[in-house]
Ligand binder design. Structure first.
Ligand code: SF4
Length: 687
């Protein structure tokens, strides 16, 4: 390969760049860039780039001889933060992975003696892709303690994308006096296409659901721990802490602390654990020193207050497994949950309940913040019970346990975060600095330990045991697909509801930058929506379904198109029509919403003051049967007749109530609407 001439930025540019502000905490010339980020559950280092990157020739990127390369990459990152082109600005939380990607590209440039990003053309970008495949898994002797690196869809996507940025940011780079890459890398193909089809790296396995022979015992064990064992551990913790506080002597001084410590240990050793309903023996024997083997093979001894610490952490882990496994909630959203400080309340502040519109069910919701890009507040349905019942659905009980078990530690740490950690290696916290915040990694580590130490996997297949006990493949995110597929298997008709559940909670999922993480789930849900939408079109085209609603004329178009093109009305043809015309339906219990047809005509968005052509989903805050009835994007057919009949009879009953009820006018109007729909749908169904 012919080596192009080195083209360093001009000195006056370098001087001007040096003083550019990157964030409140650093300027361009600094060797460590820190950009504040507020993605809950991510470690602070995610908002950092350390430019002191080791290169294969033994030098560092910050060495004088690499100064022009350093300036180019700093300029690239600066423009991605402050002058993004063709997309949103990157956030602090992505800097750490960008550092890894830049280290890979710089290493290749040094080895291949490529002096500047301006010299990287499309042909060279393929050489870089090959370099990545050949070198990524090589062990850096200086970093033997870090996790072994694997060539995967995710690692390739992150590292190959840097070359795309070099071209995409070309105009912004020129404004800084940096000559950018002259042509798009990889022959203009998307990184996703290259990674999947050229490097043959598919996302398979990344978000595979947890197999049943693992998921069932793990969830079963978690729910078991949230019953009597959780009550026991909370009681034991209170006894020990009270004994510690009330034992004679000040908290200061070695001798006094030892007395207090002994008082707490006395409570530990005499504590009798309860029996779980329908079990003969207490759920565990008296506490005594016990050996503990760690995942990395080390052995330790649990004794003294270490026993209490492990019990508390075990119950916390069980609650986390239960919540993720029964709601599909994301790990970073869990880390960011705010419990509030109303300690007299039975549940944390992020949980609220509402009575369903028919007055029969009490539905529990959890408020969280989707922190990736848009900081959207989201609301997860986490369980329901009959009105008046004392039953707590398992995820709600898990929230209750987390709230109460860690109340004293939250108070000590001066935080209102629902999930906190014990930062010191041993014992329970005594100072505020010993209470730490939960991270996404920490959340997964807890679950791996819980699986290994408290779940009976003797009935699992050998393959599952290897995957989860030896390779430690349990990741919090895998509960999302597990949860979705579990519901799907219980009743495939629930898919529209599952889709709504995830859509409601993941506004950003459809944005390109995030789709990578959830692509398998989106594919599953999207293809089901396409399938269901096509089935509706087909029934309509074949006259098997008569529909009522303003949108019916658009649906007619499908029938005409098939006739004109003399295409046989098959499921496949209908799916093609749905995809080509972007006519995916939103399935509501009382009808279908064709929002994609004309988003700006959406009645729910109009009422919410949010009308715009770019909406990809309804405005759930303003959507209701009566609103949809007045919307030109709504359609209902015979399948929805029972819902409207039930609505009619509910309002008919309500009409018999007090005639002074101020809501009577609304009830009358809704009853009339429902009666009308029942008449129309009933007549159409009879034809
Ligand atoms: S009002 Fe109903 S039919 Fe219209 S866009 Fe909103 S959800 Fe869809």
């Amino acid at each position: 390969m012919q080596k192009p001439a080195r083209c360093a930025p001009k000195p006056n540019h370098v001087y001007a760049l040096a003083t550019l502000r990157v964030s409140e905490k650093c300027v361009f010339a600094d060797n460590i860039w820190v950009v504040l980020h507020c993605v809950a559950g991510q470690r602070p280092r995610h908002g950092t780039i350390n430019w002191n990157i080791s290169l294969p020739d033994g030098s560092s990127l910050t060495d004088e001889k690499n100064s022009s390369l350093l300036t180019e990459f700093k300029a690239l990152v600066w423009t991605m933060i402050h002058d993004p082109r063709e997309g949103k600005a990157i956030t602090g939380g992505t800097l750490n992975s960008l550092e890894l990607a830049i280290a890979s590209v710089c290493s290749w440039m040094i080895l291949e003696e490529v002096p500047s990003i301006a010299d990287i053309d499309s042909a060279m970008s393929w050489e870089y892709a090959q370099y990545f495949l050949d070198h990524h898994e090589q062990v850096d002797p200086k970093k033997q303690k870090t996790r072994p690196r694997t060539v995967s869809n995710a690692s390739a996507s992150v590292r190959l994308t840097v070359l795309v940025y070099m071209y995409r940011q070309r105009q912004a780079l020129r404004l800084l006096g940096i000559e950018p890459a002259q042509e798009a890398p990889y022959d203009g193909r998307s990184v996703d296409d290259v990674v999947r089809n050229e490097l043959d790296l598919h996302r398979k396995g990344k978000l595979d659901p947890i197999p049943d022979d693992i998921a069932i015992p793990v969830l079963g064990s978690a729910i078991r721990f949230l019953g009597a064992p959780a009550d026991d551990v909370m009681a034991l913790q209170d006894l020990c802490m009270r004994a510690f506080e009330e034992a004679p002597g000040e908290s200061e001084g070695t001798w006094c602390r030892r007395e207090k410590y002994r008082a707490a240990i006395a409570e530990l050793t005499k504590f009798q654990f309860a029996r779980i309903d329908e079990e003969v023996e207490p759920w565990r024997g008296p506490l005594e020193p016990t050996p503990r083997s760690l995942r990395d093979g080390r052995m330790g001894m649990l004794e003294g207050n270490q026993l209490l610490r492990r019990l508390i952490i075990t119950i916390q882990s069980a609650a986390i497994v239960c919540i993720q496994g029964s709601t599909g909630m994301r790990a970073h959203e869990m880390c960011g949950l705010d419990a509030g400080s109303e300690e007299s309340q039975p549940l944390p502040g992020c949980i609220e309940s509402e009575i369903s519109s028919d007055g029969l069910m009490e539905i529990f919701y959890c408020h969280s913040v989707e922190a990736k890009q848009s900081k959207v507040r989201t609301r997860w349905v986490i369980g329901a019970r009959s009105v008046g019942s004392n039953y707590l659905p398992p995820p709600v009980r898990a929230f209750q346990v987390l709230w109460q078990l860690y109340m004293r530690w939250r108070r000590l740490g001066g935080t209102t975060k629902l999930l906190v950690t014990f930062r010191a290696a041993k014992g329970v916290p005594r100072r505020s600095t010993s209470v730490g915040r939960m991270t996404v990694v920490g959340l997964t580590e807890l679950q791996k330990d819980f699986l290994r130490e408290h779940c009976d996997l003797s009935g699992a297949s050998e393959a599952s045991r290897v995957e989860f006990l030896e390779q430690h493949r349990l990741r919090g995110h895998r509960w999302r697909t597990t949860f979705a597929l579990f519901l799907f298997r219980v009743n495939s008709g629930l898919l529209p509801a599952i889709s709504r559940h995830f859509q409601h909670l993941s506004m950003v999922m459809t944005e390109r930058g995030y789709i990578g993480n959830d692509v398998d789930l989106i594919d599953t849900l999207d293809s089901t929506r396409v399938m269901e939408s096509a089935r509706f079109m087909l029934e309509f085209a074949e006259g098997r379904s008569a529909a009522a609603g303003s949108v019916a004329k658009h649906v007619e178009r499908f029938r005409e198109e098939l006739r004109e093109q003399k295409v046989e009305a098959t499921q496949a043809a209908a799916e093609v029509f749905i995809i080509e015309n972007d006519l995916r339906i939103f399935f509501l219990p009382y009808g279908h919403c064709f929002l994609h047809l004309k988003p700006e005509a959406s009645r729910c968005h109009e009422l919410g003051g949010s009308s715009h052509w770019s909406w990809r989903g309804p405005n759930v805050a303003f959507r209701s049967p009566s609103v949809c009835l007045g919307c030109q994007l709504f359609i209902a057919n015979g399948r929805h007749l029972p819902v409207w009949q039930e609505r009619e009879s509910t309002y008919a009953k309500a009409l018999k109530g007090s005639q002074r009820d101020p809501a009577l006018r609304v009830i009358k109007a809704r009853h009339a609407q429902a009666t009308n729909m029942v008449a129309i749908l009933g007549k159409k169904a009879a034809k």
